[in-house]
Design a protein around this ligand. Sequence first.
Ligand code: NAD
Length: 249
Amino acid sequence: MKNAIKKAAQAIFYSTKTIALTGAGISVESGIPDFRSPGGLWERYNPIEYGTIGAFQTNPEKVWQMLQEVSYLLARARPNPAHTGLGKLQELGLLQAIITQNVDNLHREGGATSVIEYHGNAKTLSCLWCEQRYNSDELGAQIPPRCSCGKILKPDVVFFGEPIPIRALQESYELASSCRALLIVGTSGEVTPANTIPETAKRAGATIIEVNVEPTILTGYVTDIFLQGKASELITELVSEVETIMPNN
Ligand code: NAD
């Protein structure tokens, strides 16, 4: 493992453009379970019934039973060393952007400055009727939360069946097709179109580094350096290794 971390650190340090793609796994150690592991949300809530935009439009009260659980977890979560480690890489000028599928805001809270939120951010909510927007902090404890027009609010996250925000889609594609290294952390690679980012980077000739507790569908397909283990531990080690290569260290 030490050797693989060294190789990954060198790939990041010597690459002219490194980006990261993160998924639910990076926030598991912050207390937010991922969706696919046993006990995850989708074991208890059928995604067709609770996760689609159609379900929200038809019965927002029902979908808020699930969203209430998510909101509770998000409100208590704090960035872990994997989030702060990526923030540190940005501070060192070695990580151009983080494309995250997460909606938990933990990259920004962990010090990252360039973050593309591919699936939105649950910190804000909007009214699908009058388009008024709210910060979650300005809303009371009432569930489901309502707009001043009386309608039920929807968190600004991408539900199944909704398009990816066009700017996030374009920026991610441009970054992936021009990067020299891609650091993938805690994603199963099963959600489209985010899972096309690794292949785009690979085709562009980037070195693909993957951090996950277990191999994924990406591992044998695009990954060059697989670091198996917990994101918080491995990103901490990776950042320390990068710092040892840096001049003045
Ligand atoms: P996923 O649930 O499909 O996969 C999570 C991956 O993380 C798995 O491969 C798992 O092995 C790995 N993992 C779990 N714990 C880890 C750890 N400590 N260190 C490293 N890896 C770990 O997640 P996904 O690929 O991001 O897709 C799920 C979708 O659900 C995403 O679109 C995301 O928007 C959403 N989601 C977001 C959050 C969040 O915002 N924190 C949480 C759950 C789901």
